[in-house]
Design a binder for this molecule. Structure first.
Ligand code: BGC
Length: 732
């Protein structure tokens, strides 16, 4: 490792061009198009500049080592380049999508899984991941809700910190770690109408109270990089937003890591119409404190000119370069430019048994049992003859968006997994339909190739015929895996029409239906859920998805997820999140004049925190350790939870508070603690959750972050609809 002094000397030995190179990341296309002739195209068309700091989304230890070699040959100062990538929910062993991970309510397991991810990625030569994405998401129309851990600020802060710790470990110079990037700073999830990249216009209070805490939690956990977001907030693009990047992130929170733009988000300040050209975009970015520009060449083409003419102070460039050198130093790249790239080791650990077992465990803990009438699940002898019907019985692509191995070629389909376990003859299978029918018109060409009309009727008929002959039908249906992710905003969040038709035709001949639901967002599912006996939401579960599903369906393990985002009844109900502010016309008090829609109930289809088990739990003896709390004190809520069913299982005990009266209106409920506990059949356990005055802090009328004296309600229960509460007074 270099000392601070050595880094300074290195900085001082660089020419201005060298320095600017340290602030420029290039796209993989640049490298792949030119072989190892790496670089950003300059304004002198055709000339390839070999001076840049990093490339993104190239993979493979051997390949990256070669690129590093070639790059260093051209680098006078022998400053290694950084390999960054979107390693979002797994490297080669893919975990469930982050929205599902949120449902695990198990940050410790997610931390462990992300340390596995880091081990695979670092052995394969990666240095930096563009994860975690910690954007609060309250709108399931937004396709990137898939990448978030959901609608709750508190839950998101825990996962943000856990993911950062998982990737980075204790010390970035150690084997098995990669640097993490908390993104997209800030409030990218607040896009109006759920249209990706759209305007965000939220109050300062909501920004501070709801959106910023998850980024801050990542910073407090020591994250190495922050990525700016594409959006404007209150008209100011994040990438040129001094208040966000300098005042809040650097000065208030003390972040001294590296700030990188999102792909081209310096350049897109031109589209936002705040920069007239790339030169202005470069100036706005460097003034706001952006260190590395991803993929567009505003810095590369214009920083020198801005400095030469005195518009930008060289000090800003020096500070940014120093932060990049510090990142490379922390990662140990000056000692070994290949870092931990090791093709042999990569082969050994990628997909090793331990990582696969963790991925399967997380898939089970992330799956949410939404309905289970007559205890139709788990399947057993009593289920009689079983048929598996639907496009997801024979689908391999169960990773969902933002997985490194998108095609998921190595994962078995559910049919393959079940045949391997139970033999070829145990169950019958029918695809029933493709994922999308031709009537599903999308403004997206890439979604059309899967539509298949020629065989549609024949497939449906075959499935219906099969359904008539069996006692139980397991329908594996859901969103097309390309319907969620970046740029996948949707106005309708129902399942594709062809699958709804398939469901209804099967239901007409067999009422014993278990739905296994595949989805990247909360979907509109009421019409199906009302008819099906059970609905098990498995999201996109990754490499071990079908193994986990088989375990859960047959009761080898039980799903134990709780929803990290509410399922709306229909699109018109959006946004529908549990921690809303009370209104002056509360729906429960004034029927005619309540704040509600007159044509639908006010409650979501499934609320935040909701999820069933294969057993039942009873809560009793809820007490608070005191009815007052002082400034330096704490208060403990205790509840007894009894497993009243006949199988051991997890229960997620959730604690919510309500600040009854404050200088500003406060949500009707806010999650402030939970415990996921394993309770044996028939056993009763006592669960404690402790609150301190810190948990009660709010941005008051003056935007000061304080705990105001007064009454607080404490609710402890199974999900966010819990009604019973106790009161304590915070005395200050
Ligand atoms: C996404 C980022 C991602 C980047 C690099 C952008 O389009 O918004 O989340 O990290 O691309 O692939």
């Amino acid at each position: 490792m270099k000392t601070k002094q050595e880094l300074l000397e290195l900085l001082n030995s660089l020419s201005l061009e060298d320095k600017i190179g340290q602030l420029q990341q290039v796209s993989p296309v640049t490298i792949e198009a030119t072989g190892l002739e790496t670089g950003v195209p300059t304004q002198n068309n055709g000339e390839i500049k070999k001076n840049f700091t990093s490339v993104l989304n190239l993979f493979g230890a051997e390949k990256l080592m070669k690129i590093q070699d070639e790059y260093l040959k051209n680098n006078e100062h022998k400053i290694p380049m950084l390999f960054m990538a979107d390693i979002i929910h797994g490297y080669r062993t893919i975990m469930p999508i982050p929205l599902a991970q949120g449902c695990s309510f198990n940050p410790a397991l997610v931390e462990k899984c992300n340390s596995n991810v880091a081990a695979e990625a670092s052995a394969d030569g990666m240095h930096v991941t563009f994860a975690p994405m910690v954007d609060l998401a309250r709108d399931p129309r937004w396709g990137r809700i898939l990448e978030s851990t959901g609608e709750d600020t508190y839950l998101n802060t825990l996962f943000s910190a856990a993911m950062v710790r998982g990737f980075q470990g204790e010390d970035l110079s150690k084997d098995g770690t990669i640097a993490a990037t908390v993104k997209h700073f800030a409030a990218y999830g607040g896009a109006e109408g759920g249209r990706d990249y759209n305007t965000v216009d939220i109050s300062e209070r909501s920004l501070r109270q709801d959106y910023l805490p998850s980024y801050k939690a990542g910073v407090d956990a020591g994250v190495a990089l922050i990525m700016t977001s594409f959006n404007v907030i209150g008209g100011v693009p994040s990438t040129g937003n001094k208040k966000l990047l300098r005042d809040i992130l650097r000065d208030e929170w003390g972040f001294n890591g590296t700030i990188i733009t999102d792909w081209g988000s310096a350049n897109t300040m031109i589209s936002h119409s705040v920069a007239a050209n790339q030169k202005e975009a470069a100036r706005l970015s460097i003034e706001a404190g952006v260190d590395i520009e991803m993929c567009t060449p505003c810095y590369d083409r214009h920083l020198k000119e801005l400095i030469d003419e005195g518009t930008v102070d060289i000090k800003l460039v020096d500070e940014s370069v120093m932060r990049v050198l510090e990142l490379k130093n922390k990662l140990g790249l000056f000692d070994n430019p290949y870092r931990f790239a090791n093709p042999e080791k990569a082969k050994q650990i990628i997909g090793c048994d331990e990582f696969l077992a963790d991925a399967k465990e997380l898939a089970c803990q992330s799956s949410v049992l939404l309905k289970n009438e007559d205890n139709i699940l788990p399947l057993s002898e009593k289920s009689g003859k079983i048929a598996f019907i639907g496009p997801y019985t024979c689908e391999k692509r169960l990773n969902g968006a933002w997985s490194v191995l998108d095609k998921n070629e190595n994962s078995p389909t559910l049919e393959q997994t079940l045949k391997k376990r139970f033999g070829d003859k145990a169950f019958k299978f029918a695809e029933g339909s493709k994922l999308l029918g031709v009537e599903q018109y999308y403004q997206a060409e890439f979604l059309k190739y899967d539509m298949c009309e020629d065989t549609r009727e024949a497939k449906m008929k075959e499935a219906v015929k099969l359904a008539k002959k069996v006692d139980t039908v397991v329908m594996c249906i859901g969103e097309h895996y390309f319907e969620s992710g970046e740029a996948r905003g949707k106005a309708h969040i129902t399942l594709p029409d062809v699958q709804i038709e398939l469901f209804n035709r099967i239901y007409a001949v067999n009422k014993n239906i278990v739905v296994v639901l595949f989805n990247g967002r909360p979907v509109e599912i009421k019409n199906i859920a009302d008819k099906a006996k059970a609905v098990l939401d498995v999201w996109f579960g990754g490499t071990m998805a079908t193994e986990a599903i088989a375990d859960m369906l047959f009761g080898i393990t039980a799903p134990s997820g709780r929803l990290s985002a509410s399922f709306p009844l229909c699109v018109g109900q959006i946004p529908v999140y549990y921690n809303y502010l009370p209104t002056d016309h509360p729906v429960e008090n004034s029927f005619e004049f309540g704040s509600r829609h007159i044509d639908i109930p006010s409650e979501p289809c499934y609320p935040f925190g909701y999820g069933l088990s294969y057993t039942t739990f009873e809560y009793s003896d809820f007490t608070l350790s005191s009815d007052t709390l002082t400034k330096d004190g704490s208060i403990t809520a205790t509840v007894k939870v009894k497993n009243t069913g006949n199988r051991d299982s997890f229960e997620t005990v959730q604690l919510y508070i309500r600040d009854r009266f404050a200088s500003v209106s406060r949500p009707v409920k806010e999650l402030k603690g939970f415990k996921k506990v394993w309770i044996k059949a028939g056993e009763e356990v006592s669960v404690d959750i402790t609150l301190t005055p810190d948990d009660l802090r709010i941005y008051d009328i003056n935007m000061d972050y304080v705990t105001e004296p007064g009454d607080f309600y404490v609710f402890v229960g199974k999900d966010s609809t819990v009604k019973e509460y106790k009161v304590f007074k915070y005395l200050g």
